[in-house]
Design a protein around this ligand. Structure first.
Ligand code: F6R
Length: 241
């Protein structure tokens, strides 16, 4: 694992954007694995800026997102498809037909199988972007997830539901399960790029990098991947030895 620590979250997001932009410049038809969440918003803003300045094109790229809430249709305001449209896709030249997000409105088994079929046909993913849950989850592979898991429906833990409740307004029902790429699915990416910022991620960061490889910290499996870059700010890195 290569670990890079920046003074502030903005610099960390900018470096992660630089890594993705460089990959896309080298290989315009790259398959990018994408993530949602608060951490990724400045990174996507940075990529949009590069596109608007004429420095970057997504025209030939293919994308696969990690996860989607079960029960939410693609146009639901809290769906991860909608997040991607609002934070990246509608602002750049990506071909919508080449963007993939698991379908939360289909029977989960069907949606998961279709996703694995698409990944097998169009993959492997060149660079998989990952955020990190406070409990060490990657995608929505919560602690105790099998390290051999494939795309499937997964129940969200109380801590993840609490952390993500901030995105749901009053009267909006927060789904309790999600379809997520499995840990083994994620590990098939050629390169992995983890972005984590803030003190709330510090414990998960140290468990991911220095802890034993264990299902209680799903991100720790990344120690077995041959090409992982972890980009942090000083707060997220504060417990590292
Ligand atoms: C989202 C995802 C999650 C998030 C993680 C961190 O697609 O896969 O693993 O990356 O929950 O979320 P934030 O960035 O909101 O702290």
């Amino acid at each position: 694992m290569r670990v890079r620590v920046h003074e502030d979250p903005a610099a960390a997001a900018a470096e992660a954007a630089e890594v993705l932009a460089r990959r896309l410049a080298d290989r315009p038809e790259a398959v990018l694995g994408l993530a949602t969440g608060g951490t990724m918003e400045p990174l996507y803003e940075d990529l949009i800026g590069r596109y608007k300045r004429g420095d970057l094109s997504f025209a030939k790229a293919t994308t696969f997102n990690l996860d989607e809430y079960v029960g939410l249709a693609p146009d639901h305001p809290q769906s991860y498809r909608r997040y991607m449209e609002e934070h990246l896709f509608r602002h750049v030249d990506i071909d919508p037909a080449r963007t993939h997000v698991p379908r939360g409105d289909l029977p989960p088994e069907e949606a998961a199988e279709a996703y694995e079929t698409d990944l097998a046909r169009l993959g492997p993913v060149d660079v998989q972007l990952l955020g990190l849950g406070r409990n060490g989850h990657i995608g929505f592979n919560e602690p105790t997830s099998s390290l051999a898991s494939r795309t499937r429906e997964k129940a969200l833990t109380a801590s993840t539901l609490r952390a993500n409740s901030r995105f749901f307004g009053e009267g909006e029902t927060q789904p309790t399960t999600a379809i997520t790429m499995g840990i083994a699915t994620i590990m098939e990416a050629r390169h992995i790029l983890v972005l984590a910022v803030g003190a709330k991620k510090a414990e998960a960061v140290v468990n991911m990098i220095e802890g034993p490889v264990a299902a209680m910290c799903p991100a720790s499996i990344l120690q077995h991947h041959p090409s992982v870059m972890v980009i942090l700010d000083t707060e997220a890195a504060c417990l590292l030895k």
